[in-house]
Design a protein around this ligand. Sequence first.
Ligand SMILES: [Zn+2]
Length: 370
Amino acid sequence: MTRTTLSWSERFGQHDMGDWAIYVPPTGLVEPDLHIDNPKRTARLRRLIARTGLEDHLDVVAPRAATVGELEAVHSAEHVERMAAVSEAGWGDAGGGFTPMNGDSYELALLSAGSVLTCVERVLSGEADRAYAIGRRSGHHASRETGYGFCIFNNVAAAAAAARAAGVERIAIVDVDAHHGNGTEAIFYEDPAVLTISLHEDRMFPLETGGAEARGGAGAEGANLNVPLAPGTGDAGYLYAFDRLVVPALDEFEPELLLVVAGVDASMYDPLSTLALTAGGFAEVAERLVAAAQRHCDGRVVFEQEGGYSHVYAPFCWLKLIEVLAAAPRSEDPFAPFLAGAGFTFLAPHQQELVDDLVVRAGLGAGVSS
Ligand SMILES: [Zn+2]
C-alpha cells in the first residue's frame, strides 16, 4: 500500500486578503469582490478530501514552519527581512505591486514553505512514499530578491535546497501551473543539479519570461526547460507536450527526487489563463509524474499546491492530483459531462506544430549537462 502524506493547516483555508476585484484594489469604478487568491478554494478542497473519503488513504500531518535559514538558502537576507517588516506593518506588497500582504502573511508564507519541507522530509526519511503539500501563499514567482505574482517565498526552491543539503544529488522540479515558474527558474538557472521544467501558457505571466530559448546558464546548459503552450490548449495538447518534452527530459536527467509545482490554473474554468485542462487531464498528468518518479526516484515525489483560481473547479482538479498520488479510488468530476467532446479537448494542428518545434529547439536527446 502506498503511504501518502497530506500536509494541511486550517490556517491555509482562512488566510484572507479581503475585498478586491480579482486583483484590482477596491477603488474607482470596479466594485469590490473577493481577491482572487482567496481562502475559499483551499477550504473547499479540504472538505472535498473528507467528503469523498480520500482522507482514509492519506496521512494528514500538520506542517512545521520554515526557518529563516532555510529561506536564506534561496533568498537574500534582505528579502526575508523585508517580508517580515511588511507583514509587521499590517499591510503592504511583496513585490510587483499586486501581491498584497497583511499581518498574517509572513507567518503563512513560513508555514507554506514549511509545508513543502515537511513533505520532503517525510519522503526522504521513508515515513511516506509520496506527499502533497497544501500551502498559502504560493511561491514559484518569488525570486532570490523579491516576491511577485501573489508569491512571497519560493516554497519549492527552499524544499529543493533542503533536499540537496540532505544529500539528494539530482532533483527535478516540474511546474504545471499555467504561469511561468520564473522565480524557480532564476534561482536554479546556473545549478546543473536541479532540472527546472515549466509548462505554461505562452507569453502570459510574466510576459517577458518563459521562452523556449532559456535552457540554463553557464555550466547548467539543458537544466532548464520551458514549454510555452498555445492559448486554448486542452487535455490532448497538454499531454502531447508532456509526452514529447517533459517525460524525455526527466528520463534523460534521471532525478533522485521529483518535486511538482501543482498549480491547476490551466483548468478550463480558470479566470487567470486560457488553457483548458479538465480534472481528468490533470489526473493523466499526475499519472505520468508518478510513473517518472517510479522509474528514477524510487517513487519519491512531492506535489506542492500553487495557483488555481476557479472557486468551483480548482478543488476538483487538485483532488484528482491527490487521488492519483494516493493510488486511491477516483471520484467523479461533476463537470465532465459538460466538457466531454468539446473542441478544446482535442489536439489542434497548430498546437501540435508548436510542440514539434519545441522538441527540435530543446534538442532533447543531445544530453542534459549536469
Ligand atoms: Zn499560476
